[in-house]
Design a protein around this ligand. Structure first.
Ligand SMILES: [Cu+2]
Length: 464
């Protein structure tokens, strides 16, 4: 599609959305009940002139004064982002024009405890082609307060993370214009706000072999992963295709920025099958050590271990989250349990959940979006629990291991983009490998922080 037409569609959609959502919800009548300053009158005139395009919310809704919040005695967490356009590879070959927070898709994960003050900054480099904004769903603050930030500028704002849960953050475009393009090109991330009193222990009810009801309790401490679902809508030139977005016709479905980013690669084939070309799973598209941080990786857990998944649907299409061969032992949204022992849970756009579960049996388990259109365009993620391939004996025989390990994470690590920052009830991953839609400078930082570059390590392993 002609690029100008795509942009026009985007502008029209935002204007209609702005008028519909914000014009009606926060009417002049509501605002008129408060004392109105000159600045607010100007703002209202501006809103009128713009056809209700700009967000406005009651000023009492949130505190943005960093000085007051920083001296409030609360814990202050700094979160500094950049907004940058960047070329990223796409599954199947070629590149696309991504927009990123801090040169990675998704952006860095913010993790705080309920009640913390977040001091957030967004810097746009001089040579960036467009302004960017930020809307933190955890902040309960109008994105109008943040405005958009022009190239060469930095903007700072502060808020209290008042509610526990998982919350999306995303670019708000250039005063909302182009927001869909910026978000769907990669400008999204999550904030995890841990409950002030920590997570609850996990209860799992099942029947034993004798038919008796077993009620198992697991400590609140868990091995944690983050999975962010999105879709790419791009044309053959790797540019954003608004028409495809309006048609709900995704080019690829991504998890943490990659289609099929968590499926076995050649290294897994070699370890498990003894031949890197003998596939253990049907889809292995990111399969070459030369792909470095982009080569697909698996997610390793122990059997009988409490696993916690932070899941966000960043984009447009619904996510029917399901793990083949597993039951979701607990589903939490906001800070309330929504379901237990459920097979599939639905996330609409910009909706999230926390899934707690325990893998009882050694094996491979595919987490999917159970919409076949999404599954076949990339929404497959493979967990490996325990030692389903009998590797411990072979690895000990090859003197790679001295003792058996409870999961392959002790050998290969878990992928860095799926591992959130540590929280109050986090179990540390045995090792972390470098994986993600990262620029090379982000890769260098991950390695400096202790993540393993498997593309360097694997060729040095003795044959077995
Ligand atoms: Cu942006």
């Amino acid at each position: 599609m002609n690029k100008k037409i795509s942009m026009l569609l985007t502008v029209t959609a935002v204007a209609v959305m702005g008028a519909t959502l914000f014009g009606s919800t926060y009417s002049q009548t509501q605002i008129a009940g408060q004392s109105i300053s000159k600045q607010e009158v100007d703002l209202m005139q501006q809103i009128h002139d713009m056809g209700g395009l700009q967000l406005v919310m009651p000023q009492a809704f949130a505190e943005t004064d960093c000085g007051a919040l920083e001296s409030s005695g609360r814990n202050v967490v700094e979160f500094n982002l950049t907004g940058e356009s960047i070329e990223m590879p796409i599954m199947g070959g070629g590149m696309y024009h991504a927009m990123s927070f801090s040169e990675q898709v998704p952006g860095p994960t913010l993790r705080v405890t309920q009640g913390d003050v977040v001091k957030m900054s967004l810097t746009i480099p001089e040579d960036e082609v467009t302004a960017h904004g930020n809307d933190m769903h955890a902040s309960q603050i109008s994105s109008a307060a943040f405005e958009s930030v022009n190239p060469g500028e930095t903007s700072v704002y502060c808020y209290i993370a008042e509610a526990a849960g998982v919350f999306k953050y995303h670019c708000s475009g250039v005063k909302l214009v182009g927001m869909d393009q910026h978000v769907l090109s990669g400008m999204h991330g999550i904030a995890i706000v841990d409950p002030a009193n920590g997570y609850k222990k996990l209860m799992v009810e099942k029947t034993s072999g004798s038919g008796e009801l077993d009620r198992m309790y697991y400590s609140a401490d868990a091995l944690e992963f983050q999975l962010q679902y999105s879709q790419l809508f791009i044309n053959d030139d790797g540019l954003y295709d608004a028409r495809a977005m309006f048609d709900h016709d995704q080019t690829q479905t991504t998890v943490n920025g990659q289609a099929f980013g968590y499926v076995p690669n050649g290294v897994h084939n070699a370890i498990i099958m003894g031949d890197e070309n003998r596939n253990i799973f049907v889809a292995q598209p990111w399969n070459d050590l030369d792909l470095k941080q982009y080569q697909s990786q698996l997610l390793y857990v122990e059997t009988g271990q409490h696993v916690r998944l932070f899941i966000e649907n960043q984009a447009n299409e619904p996510v029917y989250f399901h793990i083949v061969g597993e039951i979701l032992d607990r589903v939490t949204q906001g800070n309330r349990v929504q379901s237990a022992a459920t097979e599939t849970w639905l996330l609409g756009g910009s909706q999230n959940m926390i899934v707690d579960l325990v893998f009882d049996e050694p094996g491979t388990y595919a987490a999917v979006n159970h919409d076949y259109g999404a599954l076949y365009t990339g929404a497959a993620t493979v967990f490996v629990a325990g030692d389903p391939f009998g590797l411990n004996d072979r690895l000990m025989e090859a003197e790679i291991l001295e003792d058996p390990v409870p999961s392959y994470a002790y050998v290969l690590g878990n992928p860095s983009d799926a591992v959130p920052p540590m929280g109050m009830n986090s179990i540390a991953h045995p090792a972390v490998n470098v994986h993600g839609m990262y620029s090379d400078s982000v890769v260098e930082q991950k390695i400096a922080d202790g993540a393993i570059p498997l593309w360097d390590v694997v060729p040095t392993l003795p044959p077995f």
